[in-house]
Design a protein around this ligand. Structure first.
Ligand code: CA
Length: 283
């Protein structure tokens, strides 16, 4: 596959470190790199960007801000030349988390009541890298991807997301966001129906050898979890991704193959189905 060839060129390939222990759990393979900073509840300080009901629909600007802070300051090698953001909230300090969330709210055309469209999220991630001294490699992988890297066929990126896709980009410590849909069960039709979505960051995965393509643990940073009372090295959640073929009831839409369970994703009556990942890498 030409896409994979290109990525091996771009990334210093480091797939599947053998043996890993995280929070006293031993795994056969994986990688972990959740950075030691948190932005918990910063979105609620941006009162003019909150929804009319007071909720935050800023998950995409939050996750994108988190991802670029990771790339800029915590990844090794990092990308220190990523742009600084102007003092958009006029508090006398430029390039704060609040300035950056406000910036991505604008450039991703986020709607304060309905959130951010997938194509706008990947578009503003790509545009941000292009403002820097770096080349941009920013694409969606999943059923809603509409653009492939030059020279690659669209189906290299536009397909039902596989666990292998997720592991590949996470293992290379790209900026990886995940987009999920919230699905509610319709008893009349026996279908799971989409009711909304969410964006968050992926900073690792870990698995046992026998889990194959069926399941993995994921290490995620989620804008609606408050990490502030935790130790510095615990600003993430460990959640589970597992194949939807184990679901007890209902028909799953053909464009999804995995569900998420764990802190931040367990809501009675709803399933979190994995849709696409958003991968951004300066080079
Ligand atoms: Ca500011």
């Amino acid at each position: 596959m030409r896409l994979i060839g290109f990525l091996i060129f771009v990334f210093s390939f480091q797939f599947a470190n053998a043996q890993l222990e995280i929070n006293e759990t031993k795994y056969d393979e994986g990688t972990f790199f959740a950075p030691p900073f948190n932005m918990s509840k910063v979105d609620f300080e941006l009162t003019d960007l909150l929804a009319n009901d007071g909720s935050s629909q800023l998950c995409a600007p939050m996750a994108i801000t988190h991802a670029f802070e990771f790339l800029k300051r915590y990844r090794n090698p990092g990308f220190a030349n990523l742009p600084r953001v102007a003092d958009l909230d006029h508090d006398g300090v430029e390039d704060t988390f609040k300035d950056r969330i406000r910036y991505f709210f604008q450039t991703c055309s986020t709607d304060k009541n309905t959130g951010t469209l997938y194509r706008q999220a990947i578009g503003c991630m790509d545009a941000f890298i292009k403002l820097s001294a770096y080349q941009s490699w920013a694409y969606m992988i999943g059923p809603h991807s509409a653009n492939a890297p030059a020279g690659s066929p669209l189906d290299a990126v536009q397909h039902v997301l596989r666990l292998g896709d997720i592991k590949y980009y996470v293992a290379n410590q790209a900026a990886v966001l995940m987009g999920i849909g919230w699905y509610k069960f319709n008893a009349a039709t026996q279908m799971w129906e989409r009711t909304g979505g969410h964006f968050f960051n992926l900073y690792g995965y870990a698995a046992m050898a026998g889990w194959g393509e069926d399941q993995s643990d994921l290490f995620v940073v989620n804008s609606w979890i408050d990490y502030r009372s935790r130790p510095t090295n615990q600003y993430y959640d460990t959640i589970k991704i597992s194949s939807t073929r184990y679901l007890a009831q209902g028909t799953v839409p053909s464009e999804v193959a995995y569900e998420l369970t764990g802190n931040g994703f367990d809501f009675a009556g709803y399933k979190a189905f994995v849709e696409d990942i958003f991968v951004a890498f300066p080079y």
